[in-house]
Design a protein around this ligand. Sequence first.
Ligand code: PMP
Length: 392
Amino acid sequence: MVFKGRAARICNECVGEVGEQIKGKASSDGGKKSQVRHTDLVKSRVKEGIRKLSPYSVPHFKCRVKLDGNESPFHLPKEVEERVVREIRDIPINRYPDPDAATLREKISKITDFPIDGIVVGNGSDELIELLMITFSGGTGRVLYPVPTFSMFRITSVALGLEPIPVELDAKFDIDAKLMAREIKTKNPDLIFLASPNNPTGNRYSDDRIFEILKNSNGLVVLDEAYCDFSGKSFLPLIQQYENLIVLRTMSKVGFAGLRLGILFGRVEHVREINKVRLPYNVNSLSQRVAEVVLDRVGFVSERIQLINRERGRVYKELKIIRGVTAFPSDANFILFKVEDADGVFRGLIEKGVLVRNFNSPGRLENCLRVTIGTPDENNDFLRALREVLSS
Ligand code: PMP
C-alpha cells in the first residue's frame, strides 16, 4: 500500500522465501551477480527499437521567461478560476471517472457541430496518436509522416514495433507532392500523420497537397491540428467527405496543457474500433470537469488566441530585421528561426533568463531554435535578449 511506504510488509506466504533468497545473495557475492543477470534479462526483453530510442526529453532549465513548450502564457481569468475551484470541490474523487466522458464529449460536439459518436477524448493528443497506431496498424504496419515534424510520430511507432517512414518536406517545409505520392504507392502505409500547422516548422501544408494524399492513400490519414486555433483553418468538416480522414485537436496550446486533453474526430466505425482498446478511465475526473467549465466559457480563449496571433505577427517582423536571424513564417503559436550558432544563442538566452527550444541537429533543422509566443512583455524580453546575445 503506497501510504505505508517502508513500513509495508511482504505477504506472509512469501516472506520466508524472499528472506532465504536475500540471505543466499548476501553470503555468496553480495547480490552482485544476480543483479547483473537481472539487468541482462531486462535488456534482452526490451524491444530492439525501444533500446535504440532516446526518450522524449524536454530539458528543464529554470528561467524567468519560459517560451519553449508551445503553451499559452495566460492563467485562467479570475472568474473562471473561481468556478473551477467550486466545481472541483464537488468531484467524487473516491469514484472512477465517467469512462465515456459523456458530458465533456457532448459539449465538444455542440461547439464543433460534430456528431458525439465520432468523438474520443484522450490523455493529451499524445495518447490518441498511440491509440490510432495500436488500432489501425494491422495491414502493412507502416506509419508515414513528413519530416521534420513532431517527434512522437516516430517514437510511438517504434515503441509499438511499427515501421516509421519519414518523408522529407520540400524547401518551403511544405509536403513534397511527388515524393509523397511515390512513397504512398510503394509503401502503402496503414497510417499517415500530417501535423498542419506543423511543429516545429510552424507552417500549414497546402490544401491541394493534403487532398492529394487523402485521395491516394488506402490507409488512414490523420490530420493533427494541434495548432489550428492559431491558423483559423481546419479540415474537420471534410470527415463527411473523406472516410479515411481523422482529425486530432488538443486543449494544450490554448491555455490548458496541464489538463492533458486531446480530442479525436472520426467516422463512427473508426471510433468504435478505437474504443475497444482505449483504457477505460483514460481522462481523469478533474480534467473532465475543468474542461467542461472552460468549454462553457470559450470567449476568453478566443480573445487570447487573437492576442497571440497579433504578437506572432509583431515578433516575426522584429525577427526579420535582426541581422543574423532567418525567421520562418508561422501559422501556429511559435516561430522557428535560424541563427549562425544555435547552441551558443540558446545558452546566451538562458543566461539572460529566456528559455526557447533548441532544435539544432544535422539536417534541415541545423542551427534552428523555436520560440513560443508569450505575453507582450515576455516577447519583448526575448527580442531584447536575442539582440544582446547576437551583438555580444
Ligand atoms: N501534435 C503536435 C503537432 C504537437 O506539437 C503536440 C505537442 N507538442 C502534440 C500533438 C501533443 O499535444 P498534447 O499536449 O495534446 O499531447
